[in-house]
Write a new protein. Sequence first.
Length: 551
Amino acid sequence: MSAQQDAARLLVRSLEAEGVEYVFGIPGEENIHFVHALNDSPIRYVLVRHEQAAAFMAEIYGRLTGRAGVASATLGPGAINLQLGVADATTNSTPVVAISAQVGLDRIYKESHQIVDLVSLFRPITKWSELAPTAEALPEMVRKAFKTAQTERPGAVYLAIPEDVETAKVPASLAPLPVNVVRPQEPSPAQIDRAARVLAEARRPVVLAGHGATRAGASAALISFSERLGLPVATTFNGKGVFPDDHRNALGAVGFMRHDYVNFGFDEADVLIAVGYEPQEFDPAKVNPDADKKIIHIHQFPAEVDEHYPVEVGVQGDVSRSLHALADRVDRRFHVNGTGRKISRMLRDELSEGATDDGYPLAPRRIVADIRAAMGRDDIVLADTGAVKMWMARMYPTYEPNTLLVSNGLSSMGFAVPGAVAAKLARPDRRVLAATGDGAFLMNSQELETAVRENIPITVLIWDDSAYGLIEWKMDLDLGESSHTRFGNPDFVKYAESFGARGHRVESADELLPTLRRALEEDAVSVIAVPADYSHNLELTDKLGELTGPF
């Protein structure tokens, strides 16, 4: 009889061949052999407290590294709990491989305990969803899962492993498949020529850089393109940092729910050069309401069809090479007009004013200013969904790619705390801060225990207003009043300490910055609660509603 190996060990070997460093998950009865096999692997299994958090961790790991993060769960309810983070990854174009157990093939065809058609449940929220029919199929299916997840446009995939497949024996000669890397293609010279002709006739072109530019590592090429042609550059919320906010050609970020300063830079534009932009990041109607701008779409895949995103020229290929090739073909130079400089100055002035606001509870601008003062240029902040995201994405200056992470595809609440755990694992040399509202914090706050147990130092800053602040903001704007948004909170200091973390509460405006600096320097898990004054929300939207130009 030929030598054999456990299918669970073959699965682990296949993950090792893909360069997997971490598996985030919770074991169950049906996948104990897989989890046990990881004990003899260099892959670190990070036990979490909820499968949703495991998926968020895998997503943030994938976003920061470009390699698929791996989330693991048991069958039925465990797998279903993965779905929010999986959908978030797909809509945020982030590579994730979700693996769960499934009932054995000996009973999957009939009504039985814990049977749910998981492949069908995951199919609408993934690029690929499948069940392993035999143990011998594992090397091919794992290779396909990672290739599919990581190839542009990246996203999540799902693989179900039946219990009797996991426990099967396979020939010892069966091995993982070699990893082949998909190479970005060269842009079409004909499309570059067409794009150059559009720019030759343009009056006021503007660049909009999205998350795809970050994924493509195109920051240096984007800066060079802007400088060579003299073009202003705005980013989406997800693209923040791919063009530094302290660059003279920076306009800031678009994505706010009202016509912000940055939008005026698009009002005057006749040509929009979209670099790595994807419509789920930000509705194109907000920057092209009349659908009258000529759009040059530069990305690694074709543009989505949208009435307000009529592509004049699509340049498909490696983003950096496309930008260099287009710059070489354009003879003229544009000049960042006075509007762009005024927009940048107004955003800087607003942040500077916030830094001196001594009100208590703290004004959101003050919190943003103090976070910026405490964080290094390449440190990482995760801004959870809610009013926190609106203030941070709009005002927080970023200078490097992937240093302010938001969810702007699905806009899921509760990702920041588990995401911070993964961010620290992916970038151990960076300081990591989770900025979160109190509502979002309590959706996955149990992962403080994971961070403490796994010795992963992160800092969590809770913007405390005892409400779902963004919903209240929207209701006040549209209805004139809000309801069903208020709740009570625990004592966040005691709550943090009960997990073994350090807890702090800010009692005055001048306490926040030193508390942040101290917590970020400590090799520990720290939680800071800062009371936030969201009466400034309506003041901001009222002010923006009265603007007729960035003057």
